[in-house]
Design a protein around this ligand. Structure first.
Ligand code: NAI
Ligand code: 2PC
Length: 312
């Protein structure tokens, strides 16, 4: 009989997951994923079913990473809810398996993993692609992802100014009161992004929230929301003007409304830049279109599990 799987609550997971350890693991796995030779990093495009009655979706995200002998799957339900519901609009659970037999060894609440690995990947894109003298960061959307993005971006970069704007002013004000550090709250997205060197879009909008004519030439945009082929965060002008980077070309071609609906060419995967196969065009306006990958959850979950195990 296999041992019973351990269940790790979100606060336990959060205690074991640090950005410092996560970032190099993410860089390594993204690089291996994007190499054309077989690196044993296997991850299909997320399969998603709509939950029509509930205005939401359920996605399955399996991944196998041969160099770690790591087998993992995340289930993620995501909703376009209003801000008054008390549960986060993304609900995730991560399963770690024994790859030899397929039995589950750990089940983890996937909230913290999803917040941190997504923000960490955006930070990797910024390290590679944002202008050399980036002084102004602007975050559009003030939900859960905005918090983790604020945390890591202010931890690893130093900006002169951090601005936020959300659909409702109260949400942006609540965000500013919650995070540790200075933030300027804006009621207009156009004014908030004016002159910004880096803009993060972390909204649950299905319509563009960021327009090319507002964006400073040479700025870097990390676009994290709009994970359905009929959802948008960025307008046609911005998508047409910018050099487009993605986490996974296959995922982007199926899931990203900003890419599918504009038909723009993807210049590179982040992993291709990390391995030097494609250049980081820092002097141009760049968009990193993030959709989230099972391999990112897998390396995060392994870090957590190994730490939990050595604490026993
Ligand atoms: N790329 C990835 O790896 C991942 C992407 N996501 C996506 O990221 C997005 C944000 O996720 P959470 O922060 O967890 O959601 P959330 O529901 O906590 O926050 C969404 C925020 O967007 C704001 N918003 C909605 N429309 C807006 C508009 N027109 N202008 C400005 N702000 C607007 C809302 O007021 C809210 O503050 C969602 O679309 C989610 O599906 C989530 C997890 C991973
Ligand atoms: O990668 C992820 O966990 C998600 N991407 C879009 C919604 C959730």
């Amino acid at each position: 009989m296999a041992a019973e799987p351990v269940f790790l609550r979100d606060d336990v997971v959060a205690g074991f997951l640090s950005y410092d350890e996560l970032i190099p693991r993410l860089e390594e796995v993204l690089g291996k994923f994007s190499r054309s030779v077989n690196t044993g990093v296997v991850q299909p495009v997320r399969s998603v079913i709509p939950l029509h009655q509930h205005n939401g979706f359920m996605g399955l995200m399996p991944a196998y990473i041969a160099y770690e002998d790591l087998l993992c799957m995340k289930t993620v339900a995501f909703y376009r809810r209003n801000e008054n519901l008390h549960l986060p609009s993304t609900q995730a659970t991560v399963f770690l398996f024994n790859p030899e037999c397929g039995n589950v060894i750990a089940v983890m609440d996937g909230a913290d993993i999803t917040f941190k690995r997504t923000a960490a990947v955006s930070a990797i894109s910024a390290k590679l692609l944002m202008p050399a003298q980036a002084e102004i960061l602007c975050i559009l959307g003030c939900g859960h992802q905005a918090v983790s993005h604020y945390e890591i971006f202010t931890k690893i970069f130093s900006f002169k100014e951090v601005r936020v704007c959300s659909r409702r002013l109260e949400t942006a004000e609540r965000f500013a009161a919650r995070v540790q550090g200075p933030v300027k709250v804006f009621s207009s997205a156009k004014e908030a992004v004016h002159g910004a060197d880096i803009i993060i879009t972390v909204t649950n909008s299905s319509q563009p929230v960021l327009f090319g004519e507002w964006v400073k030439p040479g700025a870097h945009i990390a676009a994290v929301g709009a994970c359905r082929p009929d959802w948008r965060e960025l307008d046609d002008t911005l998508m047409g003007d910018a050099v487009i980077y993605v986490d996974s070309r296959d995922g982007a071609a199926v899931e990203s409304g900003d890419i599918v609906q504009t038909g723009v060419e993807v210049f590179a995967e982040l992993g291709e830049v990390l391995t030097g196969t494609r250049p980081a065009l820092r002097n141009k306006t760049t968009v990193f279109k993030s959709l989230g990958m099972g391999i990112q959850d897998a390396v995060a979950a392994k870090l957590v599990f190994d730490k939990w195990k050595s604490s026993q």
